[in-house]
Design a protein around this ligand. Structure first.
Ligand SMILES: C[S@@+](CC[C@H](N)C(=O)[O-])C[C@H]1O[C@@H](n2cnc3c(N)ncnc32)[C@H](O)[C@@H]1O
Length: 220
């Protein structure tokens, strides 16, 4: 699943035809509980699920799977050059790092020539709207161009959650400057069957403004 809209890789085929995933080495970045790696393993691929959070990987371990789990920063990947055919990330790592080019260059390094990276992030337009599922989430309340990160702090003033905003143009430039060719930019539409609300995502907002941007990139 690429995002809360429910775009399914089995239908979208952004990593290539699902029938051709067998035997492919795939890196899942910011894997969380490794849902994507589990799906890929079920199609005969050889995934590796990577996350910076040990806790998230414990959830992945609890749910199960036969693929490796790696606890590491996506900006310093512990793999040799050209180790993977494909890389994917559903809302993983990239929205949470100050310099996404560090991650993208690392992913490029570990991909084989012609390798594909597909990653999804919150659609940048959402930055300008309150993160509310109802009508209050439909009025612009902040500048789309303000790149000041969103930060939550604990009682001691330590940052416990940080999200970085990039405009759509910033993301395209990040991809290209990191040595990728942008093959497609998918903005999934909210499907009629999806009636669920999750955080700021809802059918009401989903029908009017995009919530997810999926970047399909190939190593130059
Ligand atoms: C919103 S969750 C997405 C998890 C999963 N991909 C999914 O679809 O449910 C973001 C994940 O990115 C991970 N993450 C954040 N910064 C990272 C970094 N620098 N390197 C690797 N993983 C990171 C977080 O620990 C978290 O598990």
């Amino acid at each position: 699943m690429w995002g809360p809209e429910g775009l399914d890789e089995a239908e979208a085929g952004l990593l290539g035809p699902p029938g051709e995933l067998r035997g492919r080495d795939v890196l899942e970045i910011g894997a969380g509980a490794a849902q994507c790696a589990r799906w890929l393993a079920g199609r005969g691929a050889r995934p590796v699920a990577l996350d910076i959070s040990h806790r998230q990987l414990q959830h992945a371990l609890r749910i199960g799977g036969t693929f490796p789990l790696v606890c590491a920063d996506a900006a310093a990947l512990p793999f040799a050059d050209g180790s993977f055919d494909l890389a994917c990330s559903a809302y993983g790592a990239l929205p949470f790092v100050a310099d996404p080019r560090l991650v993208l260059r690392e992913v490029r390094r570990v991909l084989r020539p012609g390798g594909r990276l597909v990653f999804s992030v919150t659609h940048p337009i959402r930055w300008a709207f309150p993160d509310e599922p109802g009508p209050e989430g439909l009025s612009v309340s902040a500048s789309y161009f303000d790149r000041t990160p969103y930060v939550e702090q604990d009682e001691e003033g330590r940052a416990v959650y940080v999200e970085h905003h990039r405009t759509l143009g910033d993301r395209v430039r990040d991809v290209v400057a990191s040595g990728f060719r942008l093959v497609d930019l998918v903005e999934p539409e909210w499907p009629a069957w999806n009636t669920s609300e999750w955080g700021g995502w809802s059918p009401l907002r989903g029908r009017l403004i995009p919530g997810t941007a999926v970047f399909v990139c190939e190593r130059d």
